[in-house]
Design a protein around this ligand. Structure first.
Ligand code: ASP
Length: 241
């Protein structure tokens, strides 16, 4: 809000806003402190869109750099591409001066370890137990999936609309899994003449629906987000998962 009040571009403001969460070790769904993939490695996804120029950029499965949002912006501004992934995204970030760091906090590691130890009673990872426990690892159902992401969209004093979505993605995902957050049209969409939308929740569902671009298009045709949320589109398919 401070940046917007100073008259700065909305993209500066949304990135500064989400950086607060990317920095926060207590938020286990974004940036530093995010929950890792199934191998205990944090992989981040992020996207940005700049309404006035209609440009966008994104990174996926980025390791060891907490500011995925800033790297996504650099993809938009300093390449002729839209999306960089994995090792290429990390090399690109390092070329722009980002330093590699361990993103896995002790709290996130312990949550991951609890998940791993209770996932199955058919493997050799054991949760805390006593010598009398007969079925170690039986608490499979307690291994909950965690969701959480930040989407931030803003309108600046010049009428420019911009947005950013950043996340550590689905906790305990298969390494290399990419969710909706870095996919423009799914995790984020901005149209300077109409509005902006972004998402959190089960990315696989949104990848099959491309909800952000659909929401903006429905707004263009005169519907309000509130109306659409309570009245699913006619003909919408039910999804198996
Ligand atoms: N949508 C994110 C993803 O699927 C996760 C989330 O919002 O919790 O990667």
């Amino acid at each position: 809000m401070e940046l917007l009040q100073q008259g700065r571009d909305a993209l500066d403001a949304v990135i500064a806003g989400v950086n607060l969460v990317e920095d926060d070790p207590k938020d286990n769904s974004v940036g530093y402190g995010g929950l890792p993939n199934e191998e205990g490695v944090v992989e981040l996804d992020a996207s940005v869109m700049h309404g006035p120029t209609g440009r966008g950029g994104a990174v996926a499965a980025l390791r060891n750099v907490r500011y995925a949002s800033r790297v996504a912006r650099l993809v938009m501004e300093r390449t002729d591409h839209v999306l960089l992934v994995g090792e290429g995204a990390l090399k690109f970030a390092k070329a722009h001066g980002f330093k590699e760091e361990e993103l896995l906090t002790d709290a996130a590691r312990e949550t991951w370890l609890r998940w791993k130890e209770t996932l199955s009673n058919q493997d050799d990872w054991l949760p805390p137990h006593t010598i009398d426990t007969l079925d170690v690892g039986q608490n499979v159902k307690q291994a909950l999936r965690h969701y959480g992401t930040i989407n931030c969209n803003a309108l600046d004093q010049q009428g420019g609309l911009s947005g950013c979505t950043t996340t550590s993605g689905l906790a305990f995902k298969i390494p290399g899994r990419v969710g909706d957050s870095p996919i423009l049209g799914a995790g984020l969409w901005v149209d300077n003449d109409v509005g902006a939308a972004g998402s959190t929740g089960r990315g696989e569902a949104n990848l099959l629906a491309c909800s952000s671009v659909m929401i903006v298009e429905w707004m263009r045709s005169g519907q309000s987000p509130k109306t659409r949320a309570s009245q699913p589109a006619s003909g919408s398919r039910s999804r198996p998962r």
